[in-house]
Write a protein that binds this ligand. Sequence first.
Ligand SMILES: [Zn+2]
Length: 146
Amino acid sequence: MRRIDHIIYHCSATRADCDYPVEALHRDHLSRGFKGIGYHFYITRNGQVHATRPLGMDGAHCQGHNRHSIGICYEGGLNSEGQPADTRTAAQREAMHRLTAQLLRRFHNVRLCGHRDLSPDRNGNGEVEPHEWLKQCPCFDVAKEL
Ligand SMILES: [Zn+2]
């Protein structure tokens, strides 16, 4: 097994009122040249957790952090205007919490963070602040919630 020191949360950056099923994600990641879906888990709006990449395999979801992390993505992240928003359904939220608890029983000393939290700390004050985020993904505060 790889050493795991981060669990990184993402959104699919698709509109919450449009379906983005696991098959579409798979197709899109193949066309970006990935060996299948880049995340290890994908949580669709109905709360179903899809295991999309073996945990022993490096991810393809966060540059510079793929070797030692697990990537989890939820379907959505944009509202009906196409603006970044926490669009998780109650079922998705619950599934995310359950999955996180399972992973934390297996992997220890792991930092939970959002994709945006790994943006570069450009002013070097030791904190990645909202104005430094390269993108909004996953559109919720992982440290506060999980
Ligand atoms: Zn992301």
